[in-house]
Design a protein around this ligand. Structure first.
Ligand code: 8YV
Length: 351
């Protein structure tokens, strides 16, 4: 007899022992090698399944779900979800979820590591030493910028931004300025030691600017040539959010012509391809999108995605109520509307 349990497709190798918990409730299709999918391949994989944990590699919009009548849940293993067209998922009655909180401190750690490596020229110094250029110790070699006592700017003050603010204010005695779509409550500002300013003030006053805002149409290239021109030529820029927030061509030009001292980048506009103009510069620290990449955190992200998916497919202790759903209300509305307009087959399938 055919297995009646819902089907789940796992798009990439994650942590097998965590993912295999899904096998208690669902039929599992695992992926054992890192895979790059075309949109058509994604559509094909999603066509026959009820749910899928996916990563930022998988971009899922209307076309990828057009022939997926059983699909009820997409669990993004990551907090940023610009790879999902949430509106398209909502109107198709598909619950989307992400993995906030569990990666906050690990990602803030990486942001700070990148800031320190960039300002103090750590990777540049190491490369110089390995190249055999260290002929004699000299007083003026590889001078960088101080972290302690300087002004830290944070653009985007969600959970990760607040983690970076705490590290700067409490650990390094920095003056912390931030800009965000909405201002934090005063008590939170006091707790994280940060002061709200407008964007121009942030750009003009930061000695080190860290980008931690979500990527969407309004944050696309928010750091462009004009914004970079407002920054101090001695400043450091760190991006741990998404590549598209920065106009990389303008950034490379500013770094090459003395408009900006240095940049630390964990994310790129065309990743995994990195712009040759950035690769050619010595005053840039480049890491391959490893913000949340600690053993414990990556495992916790997968666990949360498993919990989200299990609940979204109406199984497990939180059945029907995923811990971090992105579109619960919109999906409930869409499913109700479908039922109301006679979309019975689809609605039954989505229950
Ligand atoms: C993830 C990230 O590793 O959470 C995010 O938004 O960028 C990273 O922490 C990535 O999303 C994996 O899918």
């Amino acid at each position: 007899m055919a297995d009646p349990r819902p089907r789940v497709w796992v798009s990439q190798p994650l942590f097998d022992e965590v993912v295999e918990q899904l096998g208690q409730h669902f039929q599992l299709e695992m992926t054992h090698a890192v895979t790059r999918y075309t949109p058509a391949q994604l559509a094909e994989r999603l066509a026959g399944v009820d749910g899928a944990p996916i990563t930022l590699n998988e971009r899922i919009g209307a076309a990828e779900i057009a022939n997926a009548p059983r699909l009820r849940a997409i669990a993004n293993v990551g907090v940023g979800y610009n790879n999902l067209d949430v509106e398209a998922l909502s109107s198709a009655g598909i619950l989307a979820s992400n993995t906030p909180d569990v990666l906050t401190e690990t990602t803030a750690d990486l942001g700070f590591a990148l800031l320190m490596a960039t300002a103090r020229r750590i990777t540049e110094a190491e490369r110089w030493l390995r190249e055999g250029q260290w002929g004699q110790w000299s007083f003026q070699t590889l001078l960088g910028a101080d972290i302690h006592g300087s002004t830290l700017g944070i653009l985007g003050m969600g959970r990760i931004g607040q983690g970076i603010a705490r590290r700067g204010a409490l650990g390094f005695g920095m003056r912390v300025l931030y800009h965000n779509r909405s201002r934090l409550p005063e008590a939170t500002e006091a707790e994280v030691g940060a002061q709200y300013v407008d964007l121009d003030t942030l750009l003009a006053q930061a000695d080190h600017l860290v980008l931690v805002l979500p990527y969407n149409a309004s944050s696309h290239h928010i750091i462009d040539a004009a914004a970079l021109a407002k920054m101090k030529p001695t400043a450091t820029l760190v991006n741990i959010a998404r590549g598209g927030i920065v106009d990389e061509a303008a950034l490379a030009a500013a770094l090459a012509n003395g408009g900006l001292a240095a940049a630390g980048l964990d994310v790129f506009e065309g990743e995994p391809t990195v712009r040759p103009a950035l690769l050619a510069l010595r005053n840039v620290v480049l890491t391959p999108h490893i913000g949340s990449a600690s053993q414990a955190t990556r495992r916790a992200m997968v666990q949360l995605a498993v919990d989200n998916l299990t609940a979204a497919l109406d199984a497990g202790p939180q059945a029907g109520d995923p811990p971090s759903a992105l579109n619960a209300q919109a999906v409930a509305d869409a499913r109700r509307a479908r039922a109301g307009v006679g979309g019975k087959d689809i609605d039954d399938a989505k229950r």
